[in-house]
Design a protein around this ligand. Structure first.
Ligand code: KIV
Ligand code: NA
Length: 276
């Protein structure tokens, strides 16, 4: 079944939970596609997970186009949502439309995502009017880490909760087909999910959201130095990779790999040739 914006809306209407996960390359996206997850987010988290930056701020349009295109080539049924990087949409509405258009034309995914509520409502409206579906993202929006003074839970306290609820309505009104709620208190996230007609996709926002998203390295246990509180580790692939790398290294060093089994015995050059 091909996943589209219609899948997102009908699953919300039927009370079915949506699944979304990040990917940044062809191999991983193929595996996600095989699992049958609804959507891949090519998150600007790639700045941290794939490029080693300490925030998402240095990520460029070229980075996003490059990684998104790799993911798109792996996906038949999975919807591919591409993050708009820092400063590709904040400065003006026309720049936002042009950059969303570049992602669609050059990487060929199916939707874009951008961070912010009321502050970017005009951008969401204009991009949607240009024929590009927008996933909004409110709560702890990592591109604003310097305003928050760190990666902190948002929407705590009555004023902040009211603002977040208003932001959720504003992005829905502006035309977003779904909205990510990141690090939002679970009761508030559940309330927002109940009030909106578009699906909410939670990350660190409790079980009351219409769907969930995770960064794949976090949920696979590949991120050896840090796992955020909200990321359940479904496996310890990181340790298993290190074990496999060591096994390979040891077998090369002690001469047990390769054997005849891994060699092209039949098509080998003749003894005659070797004697020359
Ligand atoms: O960049 C990203 O991976 C994200 C998700 C964490 C929602 O924006
Ligand atoms: Na992101």
């Amino acid at each position: 079944m091909k996943n589209t914006v219609s899948t997102f809306l009908s699953m919300k209407q039927n009370g079915e939970r949506l699944t979304e996960i990040t990917s940044y390359d062809y191999t991983t996206a193929k595996l996600v596609e095989k699992a049958g997850i609804n959507a891949i987010l090519v998150g600007d988290s790639l700045g941290m997970t794939m490029m080693g930056y300490d925030t998402t701020l240095p990520v460029t349009m070229e980075d996003m186009i490059h990684h998104s295109a790799c993911v798109v080539r792996a996906c038949e049924n999975t919807m591919v949502i591409m993050d708009m990087p820092f400063m590709s949409y904040q400065a003006s509405v026309s720049e936002a439309v042009r950059n969303a258009g570049r992602l669609m034309k050059e990487a060929r995914g199916h939707a874009v995502k951008l961070e912010g509520g009321a502050a970017v409502a005009e951008q969401i409206r204009a991009i949607t009017d240009a024929g590009i579906p927008v996933q909004a993202h409110i709560g702890m929006t990592p591109q604003s880490v310097n305003v928050f003074g760190g990666f902190k839970v948002q929407g705590k306290g009555e004023d902040a909760a009211k603002r977040l609820l208003e932001d959720a309505f504003t992005v829905q009104e502006a035309g977003a087909f779904s909205v990510v709620l990141e690090c939002v208190p679970p009761k508030l996230a559940a309330l927002i999910s109940k009030k909106l007609t578009i699906p909410t996709i939670g990350i660190g926002a409790g079980a009351g959201c219409d769907g969930q998203v995770l960064v794949y390295q976090d949920m696979l246990g590949m991120n050896m130095d840090f796992t955020p509180k909200f990321a359940k580790q479904f496996d310890n692939i990181g340790e298993r990779m290190v074990d496999a790398f060591r096994a390979y290294m040891n077998e090369v060093q002690n001469g047990t790999f390769p054997t005849e089994k891994q060699s092209f015995v039949k098509s080998d050059c003749s003894d005659e040739y070797l004697a020359k």
